[in-house]
Design a protein around this ligand. Structure first.
Ligand code: SF4
Ligand code: SF4
Length: 177
């Protein structure tokens, strides 16, 4: 699907539905691949023509995807590849997918272009909420720029910090959704 500008999104959070971990190939950077095979062995990865990927289970889902009740969690948390950390957002220096004005995001004076992949079912479309502008998107940008490692808003509900849960709950309570 063609990514759409961040300014179309009222709110997004990962609910751990697991769809992205079932449907996509995860490309690894060389240092990510090296760390993963040092701990788990080369069998959890696979090589393509000129790229390295995470391995998959026979059902096509990521080898590190695990189910807990009706939720899915990533069991590779402390080494999660950056491709997974950034999903479903794309942080770019140029407006690769068009809609330049709508995709522009001013991060501390730096002009970046932020898009979201519409295939994630947890996107709520509409006017961006303050939590998106002030917390969610800045966190994705900081991860993309390599100035943040810890995930607070950009991970599954099960793994949200208490502080993030409070902020999200207050947003939902206010809007009565
Ligand atoms: S990012 Fe979206 S598709 Fe992936 S697990 Fe979270 S809610 Fe599901
Ligand atoms: S490494 Fe984790 S987040 Fe990435 S696809 Fe696998 S289970 Fe999903």
């Amino acid at each position: 699907m063609i990514p759409l500008p961040w300014s179309y999104v009222n709110f997004w959070r990962c609910t751990g539905c697991g769809l992205c971990c079932m449907n996509y190939d995860v490309v690894l950077k060389f240092d990510e691949w090296l760390r993963i095979i040092q701990r788990f062995g080369v069998g959890v990865t696979r090589a393509g023509l000129n790229k390295l990927y995470l391995g998959k289970k026979p059902d096509g889902s990521c080898i590190f995807l695990s189910r807990i009740g009706d939720k899915y969690i990533c069991t590779l948390q402390d080494m999660k590849p950056i491709a997974c950390k950034l999903w479903p957002f794309r942080i770019l220096n140029r407006p690769k997918y068009g809609k330049t004005r709508e995709a522009l995001f001013n991060y501390k004076g730096r002009r970046l272009y932020v898009y979201i992949d519409p295939s994630c079912p947890e996107i709520r479309w509409g006017k961006p909420s303050p939590i998106m502008i002030n917390h969610v998107i800045p966190e994705f940008i900081e991860i993309a720029l390599g100035i943040r490692k810890k995930q607070v808003y950009s991970t599954g509900t099960l793994l949200y910090s208490l502080d993030a849960r409070r902020k999200i709950s207050s947003l939902f309570a206010h809007r009565r959704v």
